[in-house]
Write a protein that binds this ligand. Sequence first.
Ligand SMILES: [Zn+2]
Length: 218
Amino acid sequence: MVPAALLVARGYLEQDKPKLAKKALRAAWLLGPHPELAAGFAAIVPDESASDRLKRFTVLTNSAPAHPETKMLLAELNIGAGNYQAARLALGDLATSDPTMRSLTILAAIERGDWADDQSVRQLLTQAISAQRDPQWICDNCGDVHQDWEPMCLSCEAIDSIDWKRPPRSEAVSSQMLPLIVGNMSPAASDATIVVPAAEVEVLDVIDGIDAEQEPKG
Ligand SMILES: [Zn+2]
């Protein structure tokens, strides 16, 4: 459903019919909110300001508002626009009722934007790093993760085997690594070479991105 809706929306955009693209994505969102639908919706107006985007996205965020994906999207849009209280309201208790890497990272970003207590931000990021990973395109047959949905798994050649689902819980990152990943590095450990897994880099990217967004544009 998601790949089909994206394909349809992209087609409408190419024909310069953004209203129809919007309709197609909203219809798909109502059936099942998904981050790629949100990305497709963002692509309709790529260069808008964070507050314009927040406003335009109400078409999606008012649809299926109780869905966790909608809550996280609305929280992220509000973070982008600097509305941390609204972001907190949108996220609700998701970071405690369903603590995934993404919900915890969003809460960390809210905390950081809201009252800049480094310790609580670090604690949340530490929790995020070893939390349940969010859904990805995963092959039911061989378990490989794919960047995009494909009709056939390129790893094992199974047909129609790629589903959007949560990966199995990986082993928690060792507690020794955590200070290195989330900062607070001790001088003794500073020359240790650590390869940070991609998922952990993502967390840091989110925070970096938020910092960048907070800087005045000009
Ligand atoms: Zn496979």
